[in-house]
Design a protein around this ligand. Structure first.
Ligand SMILES: Nc1nc2c(ncn2[C@@H]2O[C@H](COP(=O)(O)OP(=O)(O)OP(=O)(O)O)[C@@H](O)[C@H]2O)c(=O)[nH]1
Ligand SMILES: [Mg+2]
Length: 250
């Protein structure tokens, strides 16, 4: 079971208008500050936060109970004037967990009125999340002929294809910066990595590597996925034939 917590700023649209038109810098500062704080709080609880369109945050929150979420809300209240709601969902696949969280909030299934928490906490002992860490092989060589903006355009086209491909497999893809992407997946979902790599190789001539990690918490899964990705690089750099997908187990 994968548990997802989606954090959203309450009434953000109308509130932004109250700042007047000279607001963009303030909004960017607020969004970046929120992201820093959330990544700090959740990583201390062994979770990773995934940035969604800069003003919404997805957390693979396996292992966190309602009390943890209340504690997080209390700490955010002390630091920010704006308030966030948290919607929680859990399911066998990340996409379904995301739908459950969404429906929990839409149907006002309250877990805590006071702290604006909605949805469903995973109460079963079955908690496991798989992370696929994708990275472009040798992006540096493209930088020799392409300008920074042209590189970004390639990366965002790739992100768009990845998002579509993995949503069809009930998994959620996020851009992590540079040429890095992470997909929140179920353990069965990892078999899709190879197919995606082949598709992108054929359609766009881009070579990707993918490290896979599974853990009881997202931080544990991400650690293993990144270690697996780094292992692909080590194999490649030692002159041996590298695997495109690699999975280290703890
Ligand atoms: N989010 C994230 N970004 C990273 C990580 N490692 C590197 N980056 C970013 O990705 C960019 C590209 O770095 P690399 O992927 O190492 O460069 P490369 O030439 O593609 O090298 P290989 O991936 O080893 O083939 C860097 O400039 C960083 O911005 C990581 O683990 N996570
Ligand atoms: Mg790379």
């Amino acid at each position: 079971m994968i548990q997802l917590s989606i954090l959203k700023i309450n009434d953000y649209g109308p509130w932004t208008l109250t700042l007047g038109s000279d607001r963009e810098h303030e909004l960017q500062i607020l969004q970046a500050s929120l992201y820093i704080e959330l990544q700090k709080i959740f990583s201390k609880k062994n979770c990773l936060v995934f940035l969604n369109r800069a003003d919404e945050f997805f957390v693979a929150s396996n292992g966190l109970d309602l009390e943890d979420h209340i504690e997080i809300q209390k700490s955010l209240k002390e630091k920010f004037d704006i308030k966030l709601s948290i919607s929680i969902g859990s399911a066998d696949t990340p996409f379904t967990a995301n739908k459950k969280a969404y429906e929990g909030k839409k149907n006002n299934v309250s877990l805590s009125d006071e702290h604006s928490i909605f949805g469903f906490i995973n109460k079963s002992s079955d908690t496991q999340v798989t992370i696929l860490h994708f990275d472009v092989d040798d992006l540096s060589s493209r930088r020799k002929t392409l300008s920074p903006f042209e590189i970004s355009s390639i990366i965002f086209r790739l992100y768009s294809k990845m998002s579509q491909f993995f949503i069809d497999k009930n998994s959620l893809a996020f851009f992590m910066g540079g040429d890095n992407f992470m997909v929140i997946s179920s353990i069965e979902g990892k078999k899709n990595a190879k197919d995606f790599i082949e598709m992108i190789k054929k359609e766009d001539g881009i070579l990707l590597n993918c490290g896979v990690g599974t853990g009881k918490t997202s931080r544990e899964a991400v650690n293993l996925a990144t270690k697996s990705l780094d292992t692909i690089r080590e194999i490649r750099d030692s002159g041996k034939e590298k695997p495109e997908v690699y999975e280290l187990k703890c």
